[in-house]
Ligand binder design. Structure first.
Ligand code: PMP
Length: 432
């Protein structure tokens, strides 16, 4: 009996998060037993260079010794108290130091909680019910946010989720990404009823699709002119694409609320919503919007997060950016050498690959700019490419709809191993 058979007998689908299944590429998922720096090791003892990075948290690489030490020290002092701790203040201060618009920070355990709560705060603050989200963006699995969501929902080709009451779904207006006219039209169609627009600061759950230049600023301006809030979901981009996330990298817009996750927990469950003090003071016990969590601001988790943020200096981002540039360009070149058309999709150090060309796929840019355009890509070339890389010891995201995650631990040896695997993978993609 394989581990996957055992898992499937006790866990639905054999996985505790659908993105870990190999539905998008075929085959059984690897079961990992350890990880260090740029590498992961599976249950058969095989080592892989990893470009999943726990789906984002592993900015420094896996199991950075100083982060592990911080976790061990915190764990030795106690695992959870259900009372305030100094560590929570430290993490909130580290977040605010880097992202000035995060005036107040509420720590939660998952990105799903962060965005779900941000919507409740926005509704409480504005007294309005409707939310605008963009097709292909993923904001976690709360009821109102699964319509035309990216990530695993896209990989499984689902329009949304069963089990979401129609009345809840009706509170979410889904419109095309990078389409300002659609934003204006939605506000015009529902005057005075829209509480907030939520957007991935740069979309990275339908593959990577950066916002058009000025898009975030224009959406924020439109929302504010209509009395609505602008919520930037930086769960994935925050503290990854730069020390102040996509907000810091792009500049020129002011969110009312932001959401963070992944990197701020350094591999343990920490996420946050943050933003304007007057809006954040809606949260209980300061205000009337209720939110709570037994393990919120858990002392071990915040120690991992704070250690990670303290270590994430300019040198870390320079290393991640350089490795991302090298790998993205090498993939493009390897595919070009085999005559495989591909668009390299970038948002800072995040990247993914859309197979196809504007002519074949009807893209409005050099690569896809919207979810419909992403779905027109030749994604069938990805599974053979993925498996060829895996056979050569490189662990890629098991879906064409996910970003690749590089870490500061991706040294020359790790990058060389990736580059060496590419020619055979490009041939496999060409033969598909
Ligand atoms: N928002 C974004 C942009 C994300 O990428 C994710 C997770 N991939 C989430 C929210 C949800 O976070 P979590 O999986 O921690 O609930």
């Amino acid at each position: 009996m394989t581990l996957f058979d055992r898992a499937a007998a006790v866990i639905p689908g054999g996985v505790n998060s659908p993105v870990r299944a190999f539905n998008g590429v075929g085959g059984d998922p690897l079961f990992l037993v350890s990880a260090s720096g740029p590498r992961v090791t599976d249950s058969a003892g095989r080592e892989y260079v990893d470009l999943v990075g726990s789906w984002g948290p592993a900015l420094l690489g896996h199991a950075h010794p100083e982060v592990v030490a911080a976790v061990q020290e915190a764990a030795a002092r106690g695992l959870s108290f259900g009372a305030p701790t100094p560590g929570e203040i430290e993490l909130a201060e580290l977040i605010r130091e880097r992202v000035g618009v995060a005036e107040l920070v509420r720590l939660v355990s998952t990105g799903t909680e962060a965005t779900m709560t941000a919507l409740r705060v926005a509704r409480g603050f504005t007294g309005r019910d409707l939310i605008i989200k963009f097709a292909g963006h993923y904001h976690g699995h709360s009821d109102g946010l699964l319509a035309e969501a990216g990530s695993g929902v896209a990989t499984l080709s689902l329009p949304g989720s069963a089990g979401v009451p129609a009345a809840f779904a009706a509170q979410t207006i889904v419109i095309g990404y990078n389409d300002l006219d659609a934003v204006r039209a939605a506000f015009a169609a529902h005057p005075g009823r829209i509480a907030a627009v939520i957007t991935e600061a740069a979309a990275a759950n339908m593959g990577v699709v950066a916002p058009n230049p000025g898009f975030n600023a224009a959406v924020a301006e439109i929302a504010h002119a209509e009395g609505a809030l602008f919520i930037a979901d930086e769960v994935l981009t925050g503290f990854r694409v730069g020390p102040a996330g996509w907000w810091g990298l792009e500049g020129g817009w002011t969110p009312d609320l932001l959401t963070f996750g992944k990197v701020i927990g350094g591999g343990l469950p920490v996420a946050a919503l943050a933003g304007r003090a007057d809006v954040m003071r809606m949260l209980a016990p300061a205000g009337p919007v209720y939110q709570a969590g037994t393990l919120s601001g858990n002392p071990v988790a915040v120690a991992a997060g704070a250690a990670t943020l303290r270590l994430a200096d300019g040198g870390v981002y320079a290393r991640v950016d350089a490795a991302a540039d090298t790998i993205a360009e090498a993939v493009r070149a390897a595919l070009a050498a085999e005559g495989v058309p591909v668009a390299v999709q970038r948002a800072g150090n995040l990247f993914s690959f859309a197979f196809g060309s504007p002519g074949e796929c009807g893209w409005s840019g050099p690569g896809p700019r919207t979810y419909d355009e992403v779905k027109a890509a030749q994604a069938w070339r990805y599974p053979p490419f993925f498996h060829a890389m895996l056979d050569a010891g490189v662990n890629l995201p098991p879906s064409a709809f996910e970003a690749w995650f590089v870490s500061a631990a991706h040294d020359d040896a790790a990058v060389e191993q990736i580059l060496a695997a590419l020619p055979a993978a490009a041939r496999a993609a060409a033969a598909a």
